[in-house]
Ligand binder design. Structure first.
Ligand SMILES: [Zn+2]
Ligand SMILES: [Zn+2]
Length: 397
């Protein structure tokens, strides 16, 4: 193979453009499903680069295509577009112009990296081993239907058919410059539930007169933990969290109703089914044993993200050639967060990895008002996308 410049060197050359795209996007963050100004910025960048794209009148996603006439497998690079309802406290010169809206999950970096990779390939089409699709996807943070499904329904995996789909997400818990990958289950399915405990309101001094919704709700919160400790296999990770309890108005009145809301995280489809059915039965029986009725709403969100071994290893081979073995690390454990990138992997092979952006001076976490990956993550992320694409597009040995 003839020697060529590293992808990092190519990415460095487009850093000024990436910085400008990232800055503009970061300053005007938009919440899930409302990413129209973000779309305008992406469209402007694609126009600037001479890259053809599709947009939709009813949905803010964008699909671009670089190197349509290149022979070789089609790789799709996905970036999520939405921001979060937080007021930015990073103090950055390019901080959000809108109180209550902020790119606190790094999606601004993801978009700039995909644009950067596209810029490299559009300037030097011969570097690409096949066509590269660009998927700019809204509403990743939304958690229910998300944005991947609507983009898939609009044909993002066809014409041309996508052979591999690639995604990355910044991770401040991983040192800057490292890449964390994993085959098999990598991120969790996230379902949520709402349980209304229907008791009988009345004077707090006469609790014997009716089912006490507060007490029964407490029994349910405690009882649900047995799903984790006594229903699933201890070697198979499950999270059941009740995140909110609402009921009552003051100390001496029993409320008619208490509402619990929570989330269930699982990695295997069979475990997901098991926890859902057991949760419903358990909640109903706890309530019944104490004389109350319950209304249970259980909603399935994103499925588990499963990285297929073959595509992952091919992408990792490309990443390792670029960054070296000590920077491309197999992650020991899955992450119980969720990602609607899982929807693409249900349909085509591909892989998803975590991009280390952690620096000691700024030990923030994702979704915090002070989270701000520095611009070295742009070169790193664009180079990673290019290197993985090369790994996937290379002819099979
Ligand atoms: Zn997020
Ligand atoms: Zn995110």
């Amino acid at each position: 193979m003839p020697t060529r410049e590293s992808w990092t060197a190519h990415a460095r050359r487009v850093l000024p453009a990436m910085r400008a795209w990232r800055t503009a996007i970061h300053q005007e963050p938009e919440l899930s499903g409302e990413e129209t100004k973000t779309r305008e910025k992406i469209v402007a960048a694609l126009n600037e680069l001479g890259i053809p794209y599709r947009t939709f009148h009813d949905f803010p996603g964008v699909i671009g295509l670089v190197g349509e006439d290149r022979a070789g497998p089609v790789v799709a690079l996905r970036a999520d577009m939405d921001a979060l309802p937080l007021t930015e406290a990073t103090g950055a010169a390019f901080k959000s112009r809108f109180p209550g809206r902020m790119h606190a999950c790094g999606h601004d970096v993801h978009m700039a990296c995909v644009l950067g990779a596209a810029a490299v390939l559009s300037r030097q089409p011969r570097l690409a081993g096949g066509p590269v699709k660009l998927l700019f996807q809204p509403a990743e943070e939304e958690g229910n239907r998300g944005g991947a499904l609507p983009l898939i329904e609009r044909g993002c995996l066809e014409k041309p058919h996508v052979d591999y789909v690639v995604g990355q997400h910044v991770l401040p818990g991983l040192p800057l410059g490292q890449i964390g990958w994993r085959t098999g289950a990598f991120m969790a399915a996230a379902d949520h539930f709402r349980i209304a405990v229907l008791g009988r309101g009345g004077h707090a001094a006469t609790p014997h007169q009716g089912p006490d919704a507060v007490l029964i709700a407490s029994e349910i919160v405690t009882g649900l933990q047995a799903l984790v400790s006594r229903v699933r296999n201890p070697l198979d990770p499950v999270v059941v969290t009740v995140g909110s309890i609402h009921g009552g108005t003051r100390n001496n009145i029993l409320p008619d109703e208490v509402v619990l809301e929570g989330t269930v995280r699982t990695l295997r489809p069979a475990t997901r089914d098991l926890i859902e059915s057991t949760l419903k039965r358990r909640v109903a029986s706890i309530a019944a044993s104490l004389g109350a009725r319950v209304r249970i709403q259980y909603h399935r969100g994103y499925p588990a993200l499963i990285n297929p071994p073959d595509a992952t290893r091919r992408a990792v081979a490309g990443l390792t050639e670029e960054f070296g073995r000590n920077r491309v690390l197999e992650m020991e454990h899955p992450i119980m967060g969720a990602e609607d990138f899982a929807r693409y992997l249900e349909r085509v092979p591909g892989t998803f990895w975590r991009l280390g952006v952690g620096v000691e001076e700024r030990p923030e976490s994702l979704h915090s008002a002070t989270f701000l990956p520095d611009e070295r993550s742009l070169v790193l992320g664009a180079a990673a996308l290019l290197a993985a694409t090369e790994g996937l597009q290379r002819a099979r040995p």
